[in-house]
Design a protein around this ligand. Structure first.
Ligand code: SAH
Ligand code: SF4
Ligand code: F3S
Length: 456
């Protein structure tokens, strides 16, 4: 590639393959990287074989995530060699940010290392890598947020879509790499989010989840210079007529304001479903984690939300075996879980991450962590099954997204994001219908259209 290529109105067709690991933020970033490269002629392809460019968008949250990346890179090297070496390999995302130099040392066949705050510069990095025939690394945190430089979202995003509104984290939990890989907390201006959401809805999106590492700390600027809270932003987005549903994730208990709690009562488009990671039920461990909230703060928020919205359901994240976790601390976590009753929750063994404070502390034995995680996950599985089983017999609005796996079926999502399948020849993607739930499977529900009350 050279400067002339980029000035052409019809750039040469090139094949782009993106592999995404990690959180929804990475999924969103991968789509935006494809948008950034589209004007250069790059079109997405499903496999790395024969691709001109492969981007691995990586996650650094736990050790296993980073290991997965290095083994996948090994496979890409083989494909690159088999293709005669023409394929360009870029490593993006959180491992790129945290371990950029190490990647170039361990995997010299990588051409570009680009951090999550720098991918709007991909076109320059590609040109540079071609020119110099040497690997290039860009893990700077620019002064201006990358959102100022990104093109508008190009492709239709589907009936259910994500929209990043906030990025980065200033909380520095003892165990977590995110503040180092994503940088300081930054919110996108409200006007650009509303414009993007409006465009997405015009292209058929009906449900939007606002994404941020600490999305409820959102404080985006308005054109008049004042900051908007997340509740205010959700209220503005609810005014887009054809948008039916709003969600937001991930929230931190310390930023769960009364205003946001009341949004669950007052904003009819906001779903009665919240992902609120608590990590542990023991105050001693929450303090060691630098979480800045206690177990009772979490209990209060859950109770308050159930007060204003009785059909509210919750999901959460738990870390088992953080340094210092005793049997009694684990018992406090189990007690909190039993008391709360989750629709679903994610739980992980603590994984020491380089450069984070907890990694330097004496560690809980692997055997102990495994036994505790097993016990917690058995309880969470029971709760998830109970939550799904309790849906049977209920009639709930389902937003349809497309055909189901079998002929004649349509699939969609419940207000609690459960996949729901119905036999229907009438429901269309983008429509919301009332569905009577007839059966609960481990990860999905079956139902039939309630013909009396069509909501779409
Ligand atoms: N911003 C969110 C979550 C970000 S990371 C929050 O504040 O909760 C997603 C989840 O990964 C975390 O909630 C945590 O449960 C888990 N996690 C993060 N670092 C981890 C580590 N070092 N070991 C195990 N799990 C971890
Ligand atoms: Fe990580 Fe804590 Fe920030 Fe969440 S709040 S991203 S767990 S440092
Ligand atoms: Fe992983 Fe980075 Fe997301 S570490 S969880 S991809 S913010």
């Amino acid at each position: 590639m050279n400067a002339t290529d980029r000035q052409n109105t019809n750039p040469p067709a090139r094949k782009l393959h993106i592999v995404t690991y990690g959180c929804q933020m990475n999924v969103y970033d991968s789509a935006r990287m494809a948008d950034v490269l589209a004007p250069l002629g790059y079109a997405p392809v499903a496999t790395p074989e024969g691709a001109d460019m492969v981007i691995m968008n990586t996650c650094h949250i736990r050790e296993r995530a980073a290991d997965k990346m290095f083994s996948a890179l090994g496979r890409l090297r083989d494909i690159k060699q088999a293709d005669g070496g023409g394929m360009m390999i870029a490593v993006a995302g959180c491992v790129a940010q945290a371990e950029g130099d190490m990647i170039l040392k361990r995997a010299p066949y990588v051409d570009i290392v680009v951090g999550p705050q720098a991918y709007h510069r991909l076109p320059e990095l590609i040109a540079q890598a071609h020119r110099s025939r040497k690997a290039v690394l860009d893990t700077e945190f620019p002064v201006e947020p990358k959102f100022d430089f990104l093109p508008d979202v190009a492709a239709p995003q589907g009936v259910i879509a994500n929209l990043t509104v906030q990025e980065g984290c200033d909380k520095f939990c003892s165990f977590c790499v995110v503040p180092y890989t994503r940088g300081a907390e930054a919110s996108r201006p409200a006007a650009s989010i509303i414009a993007e959401a409006t465009r997405m809805v015009a292209q058929g999106t009906r449900e939007i989840a606002l994404l941020g590492q600490n999305v409820n700390a959102y404080h985006g600027e308005r054109p008049d210079g004042r900051a908007w809270t997340l509740a205010r932003l959700l209220a503005a987005l609810a005014e887009i007529p054809d948008l039916r549903r709003l969600r937001y994730t991930t929230s931190h208990p310390s930023d769960m304001t009364e205003e946001l709690v009341l949004a669950h009562r007052d904003n009819a488009k906001l779903m009665p479903f919240l992902h609120l990671p608590v990590q542990s039920g023991a105050d001693k461990i929450l303090a060691a984690m630098n979480r800045k909230h206690k177990a009772d703060d979490f209990r209060r928020i859950v109770a308050r939300l159930r007060d204003v919205r009785p059909d509210m359901a919750f999901t959460s994240d738990f870390i088992i075996g953080h340094p210092g976790e005793s049997d009694a601390d684990f018992a406090a976590t189990m007690a909190l879980v039993r008391e709360t009753g989750f629709a679903l929750a994610y739980s992980f063994n603590y994984s020491p991450r380089p450069g984070t404070p907890a990694a330097a502390l004496p560690q809980v034995e692997a055997r102990v962590k495994d036994a505790r995680l097993y016990e917690l996950q058995a309880e969470l599985r029971r709760q998830q099954d109970a939550f799904n089983a309790a849906s049977v017999g209920l009639t709930m609005p389902v937003l349809f997204t497309g055909p189901g796996r079998h002929p004649g079926q349509m699939a969609g999502r419940s207000p609690y994001a459960q996949p729901v399948v119905v036999s229907s020849a009438t429901a269309l993607p983008g429509e919301e219908h009332r569905v009577k739930i007839t059966q609960a499977n481990p990860n999905s529900l079956l139902g039939c259209l309630d013909k009396e009350q069509i909501a779409a």
